[in-house]
Design a protein around this ligand. Sequence first.
Ligand SMILES: [Zn+2]
Length: 163
Amino acid sequence: MLETAKVRKDAFIPKALALADIPVPFWLTEPSQLPKAMGTYVLVMQLAEDKTIVIGKLGVFNLRAGRYYYVGSAMGAGGLASRVGRHFRADPDKKLRWHVDYLRAEMTLVGCWVWQSATRLECAIAQQLNELANDKESLSCIAKVGSSDCRCPSHVFCSIDAI
Ligand SMILES: [Zn+2]
């Protein structure tokens, strides 16, 4: 189990989750901190400047500079260490498999929020963030990105204020 010392409260996500019935996650910035357990995660990425990128079959997106949040889960063998560890690696030859890979290729990974849980929290967290994005101008959802396997409007969110 992770140590509570690794929890931080300085980012946008915990504020959003204070509204939800979801435990506060752990904030990790090093892949070596990742547990091998199953869990759900939010990648926190920074886009340094406005950029037009292609996200797989979804097409072209004009993204503004800012902070991006991707909600995913790691339920397979190797758990969070394997799945999130892959996101940490900035390998230019990495195969672009998921929508998030196209974002990751253009952005700096600042860290990630991690919930160590065998329960899949991914869509519940995305739902909270979608509701928050409806309420607040400071957060927007990037429609359909990362949510091709579920009914959520999106699993990717952008906050242009959090730079
Ligand atoms: Zn979903």
